[in-house]
Design a protein. Sequence first.
Length: 695
Amino acid sequence: MSGKGVSESVPAEAAKRATALRDELAQHNYNYHILDAPTIPDAEYDRLLRELEALEASYPLLVTPDSPTQRVGAAPVAGFAEVQHAEPMLSLGNAFSDDEIDAFSKRLRDRLIAADVETPVGLAFLAEPKIDGAAISIRYEYGQLAQAATRGDGMTGEDVTHNVRTIKSVPLRLQGAHAPTVLEVRGEVFMPRAGFERYNRDAAERGEKVFVNPRNAAAGSLRQLDPRLTARRPLEVFFYGIGKVEGWDVPLRQSEVLKCLEQWGLRSCPDAEVVEGVEGCLDYYRRLGTQRDKLAYDIDGVVYKVDRRDYQRTLGSISRAPRWAIAHKFPAQEELTIVRGVEFQVGRTGALTPVARLEPVFVAGVTVSNATLHNIDELRRKDVRIGDTVIVRRAGDVIPEVVQVVFDRRPQDTRLVELPEYCPVCGSDVVRPEGEAVARCTGGLFCAAQRREALRHFASRKAMDIVGLGTKLIDQLVDADVVRTPADLFRLTAEQLEAMERIGRKSAENLLAALEKSRETTLPRFLFALGIREVGEATAAALATHFGTLEALQGADEDALQSVPDVGPVVATHVRAFFAEQHNADVINDLLACGVRWPEVATSISTNESPLYGKTVVLTGTLSSLSRDDAKAALSALGAKVVSAVSSKTDFVIAGEKAGSKLAKAEALGVAVMDERQLCEWIGPSLQTDKLGNA
């Protein structure tokens, strides 16, 4: 940024020198952090920075948002604002074996062939280390850093712009003269091993808290309310992808995207490379595994991404994970410990899960004292007994798991573990349906454990999103018999809440406000919150879109339920059984009586007369009267299947302005092409909102 707009009270020579210093320091940052080829010693860099600091101190109007001096951190903030991601930050599915990678590749090829996409014998993948850090999304507008947000739940993150500005490898201004108008980049913030060890050593000498591992260090540093604390921590970032983009003709390949990002000063991992086919992926995995301990940063696996972005679009995603990428995890770290006891925990569906109580052991950066045994069959297969020495690991680096018994160390006085006949929480009978591995308590909502878990699920962020209703408070409310069903939450009073431990007037008022806000929800969220077996977010959304109303769903038989995409006989049986139970119907009616409500859902049922019912539709180009998401939702409501790639199986292509290769392919294949006016006629005025414009 030049001195344009600087007050005339600033000498022209000072403004010119400040601009030159900013540009020179930015170039040195690029050389150091991106090219790994510094051209000046640190002492000279520090001298230039001090000169700029002195100029800005003398003439405050010279300070610009992208000045290298602005990385030191601003004043503490009161909290983190929410940021809605323009495009979701997807998570990744995991694989733990070579066979799973082979199956992943086969799924990709089969789906591409089904979409009439010609693919080479060996698909090209971009293979990258899976950095063990914290995901970040950074938005640049006209080349300037505008906002940074954490992943959050994938749709909504926390605004950590002030903290990210302190990370020296994050450019405050993009390099070059051709940066996009809008560029969202996704990356991983991490603390290098050397920086982690140095920070912990210095913290210990100061008598301060030390971090357990680099991942916790990165995540904790990113969420400091005081950016000055973040600025003192040795954070780095590698960028691996993009979100929303405007004003950039994005390259065909993921690997080319990363090269462009680097030209703008956004560094990617130097150990990433393009490989071919399954063998290329596995060779990369093995090579990186041998280098793992020598890398400058912690990793817990590798990531494979289909390199061609048009293939990515064709493959699409499921729920919150892309089909075109997968994380190949390294074997989890393992340790030996002793089983001191086995208890059975009761989940929200009544499932009894055996949990081993262990002699505490340090595994993969955390102290583990409990580990899952999954179910009674698994416990018996492994022959785990109380008193055994076992190998414990963090499966997927997340859930501690008992891997196996060390039989050579089995003492004579070990005790067998039996499935309890009665629920350890409520005393109800425990049953194990024929053919199922899971045993269940029959107590339903009578069982306090099931109430606890059902309430936790109901209040969770992806369900009713009741902020402030945490596990400890739910336990207190259930123990005091104040809350028996989800509807009881909406009848809570400030006096009842203040009677709970550590709940003051302000906390009670905040929770009541959150409960009031949560009454306004959506039908998919409400269905997910009910905790119907096998009904996750995606299935709840599919049911809501198909039936449109709760009443229609409640009255649907199993045949009608199986007409919903991705709903098979097992899910249909669980849904039908749930709504057939009178106590579930009572809870639902009670919730509605308490004011829980949602807007109408545009339904795809009873649209057999629609020209789009059962048709495969592709959208291409820019629509002027409605957004792409609105168009997809409206088409789905009319019974259409919206896909991303044109093939001989496509029924219609709806072309907006600047339609490109998809339109050309449709014309070559003889696929019917419709314009935006026809789309709006199909949607009809009853489905259009103010957002859809006047068309």
